[in-house]
Design a protein around this ligand. Structure first.
Ligand SMILES: [Zn+2]
Length: 188
């Protein structure tokens, strides 16, 4: 298995400036266990131009699969159709990964929109033992293109997402909490 030589600092925890060490849900060790996990961060550019992290999390694959099972069949189908429509896998395969290790952070992987034109986005990466796999570069996803998907999710699924957000991601800063409550939370 090939890895990027360096793990981008964007994939470290913004809170500690260190790599994520444990699964948010089950506390599994992520840096030595070899269990695949995903890192997800939600970022928002404020009117002042400052960028804030609404939430950040690392979740091991088994926990993500458990989460997925709780999503209604209807919503799962909606999500699959959505990602198929935009050709997620295809896009990802075509990402320039080898020549420029910084290419992933310049634009939304789904829409191609330049990051400088995006107000709210997620950073998503699949990792093993603190490293991203070669051919699976991290992604930036413009949240505005996820809105149509969010509208189609079943009320049960939205509630499930919201419960998860409230249980695990509620930031202590009330301003951030309000911003997060406003955003359409989607679990990748
Ligand atoms: Zn876990």
């Amino acid at each position: 298995m090939d890895f990027f030589f360096n793990t981008p600092p964007e994939l470290n925890s913004d809170e500690t400036n260190e790599p994520f060490q444990h699964c948010l849900i089950c506390n599994e060790d992520l840096l030595h266990s070899g269990v695949p996990y995903s890192v997800e961060k939600a970022k928002k550019v404020l009117e002042s131009g400052d960028e804030v992290t609404l939430y950040e999390m690392a979740i091991c694959m088994p926990c993500a699969e458990q989460m997925n099972k709780r999503v209604s069949a209807h919503s799962r189908q909606v999500m699959e159709d959505f990602f198929e429509e935009i050709g997620l896998m295809e896009l990802r395969r075509n990402m320039p990964s080898s020549d420029d290790p910084d290419a992933w952070k310049t634009r939304c992987m789904l829409s191609g929109k330049a990051k400088s034109d995006i107000q709210e986005y997620n950073i998503v990466a699949q990792m093993v033992n603190g490293r991203t796999m070669f051919g699976m570069p991290p992604m930036i996803i413009d949240l505005s293109i996820m809105e149509p998907l969010h509208e189609k999710l079943s009320p049960e699924t939205k509630e499930e997402f919201d419960n998860f957000r409230d249980e695990f991601l509620a930031p202590s800063d009330p301003e951030l909490r309000a911003l997060l409550a406003d955003s359409s939370f989607v679990f990748f």
